[in-house]
Design a protein around this ligand. Structure first.
Ligand code: GTP
Ligand code: MG
Length: 202
């Protein structure tokens, strides 16, 4: 599978702002600065499609990007990647954080087109409390989740393996596969495209 186009479609903080249609959606969640927007650029191979920043809290709304996947010479499909604001970042204050939780939860529970949530965790650190509670919340609410360990280019191969296991343990995962990803180097991209390809065929 390959990606042949990518474009920004809409930003939303409530249901009536979601784009219309029936396209499958894959969402990206994780702590601020973990690399969600960078991963969208890497996956679509369109730098600057999603805005990234060295300081946390860049993405503040649900942002929908329409991509086209080429599954074979005759089979092309559109789908959405959905960039979510990061959690676990304090600057916006407590009431803002609660509001954040509300509109994200609403999306995660109510979008009929959401097929998969990719939960991103920085490969250099053990999962934090906010990561663990987000993961548990997804599982409890039957939201399909793919864990992705980001910024894998920052570690050598041995450390990647070791830290992926630490993330698995920290989240209390039961053997599901974690993808080690680097938006800088493209590591893990074919694997994630495979996962998405399976979903698009459903
Ligand atoms: P918020 O929108 O604030 O929640 O952050 P985000 O999760 O969208 O993170 P973003 O993609 O903006 O990246 C944050 C920082 O991490 C930027 O400085 C990126 O260049 C850097 N970064 C993201 N992915 C990678 C990666 O795979 N490798 C390296 N080395 N740096 C990365
Ligand atoms: Mg972002």
């Amino acid at each position: 599978m390959n990606i042949t186009s990518g474009q920004y479609i809409a930003s939303a903080v409530k249901i009536d702002q979601y784009p219309e249609g029936e396209l499958h959606e894959i969402a990206f969640m994780g702590r601020s600065n973990v690399g969600k927007s960078s991963l969208i650029n890497s996956l679509s191979r369109r730098n600057g499609l999603a805005r990234t920043s060295g300081s946390p809290g860049k993405t503040q709304t649900l942002n929908f990007y329409k991509l086209m996947a080429k599954l074979s010479d005759t089979d092309k499909r559109d789908f959405f990647l959905v960039d979510l604001p990061g959690y676990g970042y304090a600057r916006t204050g407590k009431s803002n954080r609660q509001q954040w939780a509300k509109f994200i939860e609403e999306y995660l529970l109510k979008s009929p087109r959401l097929q998969l949530v990719c939960q991103l965790i920085d490969i250099r650190h053990d999962p934090m409390d906010s990561d663990i509670s987000a993961y548990k919340w997804l599982i409890e609410n039957d939201v399909p989740v793919q864990v992705i360990a980001t910024k894998a280019d920052k570690l050598n191969r041995m450390a990647v393996k070791k830290n992926v296991e630490a993330i698995r343990k920290g989240l209390g995962m039961k053997g599901d596969h974690i993808i080690a990803y680097s938006s800088e180097k493209g590591l893990g991209r074919p694997e994630l495209l495979d996962v998405i390809g399976q979903i698009l065929l459903k």
